[in-house]
Design a protein around this ligand. Structure first.
Ligand SMILES: [Zn+2]
Length: 313
């Protein structure tokens, strides 16, 4: 089986203000990293526009309307939703591609069309709460994908693993009451957005937070995943594993102080694929979250996707 990559040129039309770390050049770096001979076997697919019905499983209509109303006309500049979350004319379609990409990837993997999938879209999604855009994010793409797998496809147990260096507060908020989902986030603490303590465990014990101190490097990261994350994931017996793949825990990243390298992202990806192989025919859907040092982002994405390809079954 093959690995699919979902992306769309409209994700380049979300043009943040000069100097903003969540910039168009990130997706260019990702595309260039995957445009080498080693990735010739990737199945490249267009990320469709997301459906409002899918977003409504996580965000109320009033919030969707507020985001849409905030988007300025073409040429009308930038509107700030908070200190670091901005929208411009291209933002609506870009955000919908992220939703649609994850949902299409879930559909394709569950249909057995592809073994696993990576969604290369931006803006990211894991900080968007039920009624709050924040942290560069508008809609909770990965939680929306989880809800689609549960409600549309009828799965009973969907795991979401978030190794972005920031806590996935949005995904936690959107899945807090969802007993059929198990959300695992590892992240640096203290760091934006400030949530993600161990005592935040969800309404049904369905949230697991693993904070790491600054300067945590690969060996300690791997030890904690082996000791805590993988046993919890295996105990849950997932029918699908979704991944919030942020690469800002890389040692070169300017927004955080962890010290992972590409090989660590390949390792965690491989271990997640092994668990997926054991419990759910290898079904993994991963989506791009953070990662702000462009060379590290490109190299880490390449390592992640290469590992997905090696495990596609
Ligand atoms: Zn991040």
């Amino acid at each position: 089986m093959s690995t699919a990559v979902y992306t769309h040129s409209e994700c380049l039309s979300h043009v943040t203000p000069p100097g903003h770390p969540e910039q168009v050049a990130r997706l260019v770096a990702v595309a260039e990293a995957l445009d080498t001979p080693g990735f010739a076997a990737l199945e490249r697919r267009s990320a469709p526009l997301g459906e409002i019905a899918d977003i409504l499983r996580c965000h109320p209509q009033g919030y969707i309307d507020r985001v849409r109303a905030a988007i300025p006309e073409e040429g009308a500049g930038v509107v700030s939703l908070d200190a670091d979350t901005h929208v411009m004319s291209g933002s609506w379609n870009a955000a919908l591609r992220g939703v649609g990409g994850v949902c299409a990837a879930v559909d394709a993997v569950l249909a057995g069309e592809v073994g696993n999938a990576f969604v290369a879209c931006r803006p990211p999604g894991h900080h968007a709460e039920t009624e709050t855009a924040m942290g560069f994010c508008l809609f909770g793409n990965i939680a929306i994908g989880a809800k689609r797998a549960l409600d549309h496809h009828g799965l009973s147990r969907v795991a979401v693993v978030d190794f972005d260096v920031h806590h996935g507060n949005g995904t936690q908020d959107l899945l807090w009451d969802e007993a059929r989902a198990f959300f695992i986030s590892s992240h640096q603490m203290p760091l934006y957005p400030g949530s993600g303590a161990r005592h935040e465990t969800g309404a049904h014990g369905n949230v697991f937070n693993l904070p790491f101190p600054p300067d945590t490097a690969g060996p300690a990261f791997r030890r904690q995943y082996e000791a805590e994350v993988f046993p919890a994931l295996e105990n849950f017996r997932p029918e699908l594993i979704l991944v919030s793949a942020g690469f800002d825990a890389h040692r070169a990243d300017p927004l955080a102080q962890m010290a992972l390298v590409e090989e660590d992202f390949a390792w965690v990806t491989g271990r997640l694929c092994e668990i997926a192989a054991e419990f759910c025919d290898g079904r993994v859907v991963s989506t791009l979250e953070g990662g702000y040092d462009l060379p590290a982002l490109g190299a880490s994405t390449a390592a992640h996707v290469k590992t997905l390809m090696e495990h596609a079954q």
